[in-house]
Design a binder for this molecule. Structure first.
Ligand SMILES: Nc1ncnc2c1ncn2[C@@H]1O[C@H](COP(=O)(O)OP(=O)(O)OP(=O)(O)O)[C@@H](O)[C@H]1O
Ligand SMILES: [Mg+2]
Length: 274
């Protein structure tokens, strides 16, 4: 299949005709500048249309400059919201000077994590601050405007906080444990998120499987069940190091670097790279 090529000047003049040609021929067109390929205009296939699993899996990828506020949330408790928030914040702090975890949980687990570290004389590579009860959407936006990457840790069973966090987040991560029961119970959280999705212009959420153990058949089944949902490809394994991280600087970061790459789309899909 030979790709049609054209220069940037021709593109400016003839864009609408070219788009029509791409649509009708189903063939990509490569745009060149000084003879070198720059970008490709690729026809949309069934694969890319909304409701296909592939497109659902890609939705959470927004580009690093667009990921300023991330929320970990679920109506269910104990699924790993705080663990993920703190590990992800550590990874983000490898590249960004200003990273803040906004603790919106009255149990203040993230704040207590920081306090325990400080008591041992250890400063986390980011700050954890309590969310203002009545104005935390503004608080998160103000931090983002001041250049912070904000990770919001939320409480379980709190629809109001969940909705507020999801409304302002560029990306929402919904951890789920790898059992049939847990995947089934995702429904209520996802219903709330879909409701918000209907009301907001831009909304990105992805389910992330946590405490995955490939030796367990049930975990594999749960992993497959998530393929029907917007999800991260990365699964977070069940590791003692994650359990022991409370009160310390998280050190086992490989999977969370993968998650950050996935969220920021640093692996550009091959078909749009000329
Ligand atoms: N991938 C993992 N491997 C091993 N242990 C994990 C993993 N993720 C979370 N845990 C452990 O599971 C427990 C619950 O995790 P965490 O506190 O992060 O969940 P949570 O969703 O924030 O809970 P809550 O709803 O109470 O705020 C903690 O003891 C944590 O160390
Ligand atoms: Mg928590």
């Amino acid at each position: 299949m030979s790709k049609q090529q054209l220069g940037v000047r021709a593109l400016r003049k003839e864009l609408s005709g070219i788009l029509k040609a791409v649509e009708q021929s189903g063939q990509p067109v490569t745009v060149t500048s000084r003879g070198l390929p720059q970008v490709a205009i690729v026809p949309v296939t069934q694969h890319d249309l909304p409701n296909s699993n592939a497109s659902k899996r890609k939705r959470h990828t927004t580009g690093e400059e667009h990921v300023q506020i991330i929320a970990t949330l679920s109506l269910k408790g104990g699924v790993g919201k705080t663990t993920i928030a703190m590990h992800l914040a550590t990874v983000i702090a490898e590249h960004h000077a200003l990273v803040t975890v906004l603790d919106a949980d009255e149990e203040v687990s993230a704040l207590r994590w920081q306090q325990h570290a400080l008591a041992d004389g250890v400063r986390l590579p980011f700050s954890v601050i309590p969310a203002d009860r009545n104005s935390f959407m503004r608080q998160a936006k103000d931090l983002a405007r001041a250049g912070h990457i904000v990770v919001i840790d939320t409480p379980p069973n709190n629809r109001e906080v969940l909705k507020s966090a999801a409304t302002i987040a560029d990306v929402v991560l919904v951890p789920v444990l790898p059992t049939g029961l847990d995947v089934d119970r995702l429904g209520t959280t996802l219903d709330l998120l879909r409701d918000l999705e209907a009301a907001l212009d831009e909304f990105n959420y992805a389910v992330v499987l946590n405490r995955y153990d490939a030796r367990k058949g049930m975990a594999k089944e749960a992993n497959q069940a998530l393929d029907n949902l917007p999800r991260l490809t990365t699964v977070i394994r069940a590791l003692a190091s994650y359990e022991k991280a409370f009160g310390h600087i998280p050190s086992d970061l490989v999977q969370f670097r993968e998650i950050w790459n996935e969220l920021t789309g640093s692996t550009v899909p091959a078909e749009v790279v000329p």
